[in-house]
Design a protein around this ligand. Structure first.
Ligand SMILES: Cc1cc2nc3c(=O)[nH]c(=O)nc-3n(C[C@H](O)[C@H](O)[C@H](O)COP(=O)(O)OP(=O)(O)OC[C@H]3O[C@@H](n4cnc5c(N)ncnc54)[C@H](O)[C@@H]3O)c2cc1C
Length: 285
């Protein structure tokens, strides 16, 4: 006979953890799986300024969560989901194995696959994906921002409020900025280089000394993992209760779109868990 979980949570970041913590308190039978516990995006933050009551870096954040997991008996299973198939029950494929559940919470974050040399090497050491999270670390310094679309101009303006100078590399024509300390470029930088931290950006015709590099762009669509899932760009379309167009499938965290922040991910993880619980009771959407 199949072992059918109430809920399978896919994604080992803060959204997945928050969902797991909530389902644990609701005494649900669940499987929390992910490629890695908490992941590099949580562990590599230089200093977290915007998560309530947390004073420290990503390593401290991860240590606190692991301590809480042990106290609350939350178990993480290291597995990558290769496909999620809606049905009664849902089927989650992970390598050669299949897992079954009545509901699924998708908390897979956004893909940050590197496109610039040195991006992964300097992540958390001068490379960032979030101006709002890390902009204040560069007060009075020189930063570069690579903007995939005009919508990211807002984040470059935000950076300009802290940095002495912002070099905005816009991958679209005719960029417009209001702050006087933004210098617009229309080329793709080749690489990030430095020593212990970022020191310069390599361009086609030389290099530019910078203290930090912000890579502001979208991610790959999660619809590749879940057939039939409604998305807008890279984000899963959700209702306020984190439900998606697939009955019994909920989504939380970065995978539902911006802002890409811990507090939003944790909040949505909890909402998704309560919504899955209500769905299983027959009272939710
Ligand atoms: C360097 C850095 C610093 C940051 N600093 C801050 C900050 O100071 N403040 C702030 O609010 N935010 C910050 N952020 C943003 C924050 O990290 C994200 O918003 C947050 O981690 C999102 O959590 P999540 O659980 O939605 O996704 P993630 O943390 O991305 O976790 C998703 C996990 O799911 C895994 N996964 C993906 N696909 C699968 C699959 N098919 N099967 C199994 N697992 C899968 C991924 O590998 C990943 O481990 C920072 C990000 C970075 C990179």
């Amino acid at each position: 006979m199949q072992n059918v979980y109430d809920v399978i949570i896919v994604g080992g970041g803060i959204a997945g953890y928050s969902a797991a913590l909530t389902l644990q308190s609701l005494r649900r039978k669940f499987l929390w799986m992910g490629t890695e516990l908490l992941g590099s995006k949580l562990r590599s933050a230089e200093y977290v300024r915007n998560y309530p009551a947390l004073l420290g870096d990503g390593a401290l954040f991860a240590a606190r969560i692991e301590e809480q997991m042990a106290r609350e008996g939350v178990v993480f299973t290291k597995k990558r989901a290769d496909g999620i198939y809606a049905g009664e029950p849902f089927t989650v494929l992970a390598g050669e194995e299949s897992f079954f559940s009545r509901a699924v919470i998708l908390a897979t974050g956004v893909s940050l696959a590197g496109t610039i040399g040195g991006e992964e090497e300097f992540l958390g050491r001068g490379v960032s994906y979030c101006a709002v999270c890390d902009g204040a670390l560069y007060r009075g310094k020189t930063v570069a921002a690579v903007l995939a679309r005009p919508v990211y101009a807002e984040e470059a303006e935000y950076l300009a409020g802290f940095a002495a100078q912002v070099h905005a590399f816009c991958l679209y024509p005719d960029p417009v900025f209001h702050a006087e300390n933004i210098v617009a470029h229309t080329q793709m930088p080749r690489a990030v280089e430095g020593g212990m931290r970022v020191e310069r950006l390599v361009l086609a015709d030389g290099s530019l000394p910078v203290d930090g590099v912000f890579l502001l762009r979208d991610a790959a669509p999660p619809a590749a993992l879940v057939g039939g899932l409604r998305t807008e760009g890279s984000a899963v379309v959700t209702a306020r209760d984190c439900s998606t167009n697939l009955k019994g499938l909920f989504a939380a965290g970065d995978v539902t779109g911006r802002p890409y922040q811990y507090a939003k991910a944790a909040g949505e993880g909890q909402v998704a868990a309560y919504s899955a619980h209500a769905f299983l009771q027959g009272t939710g959407s």
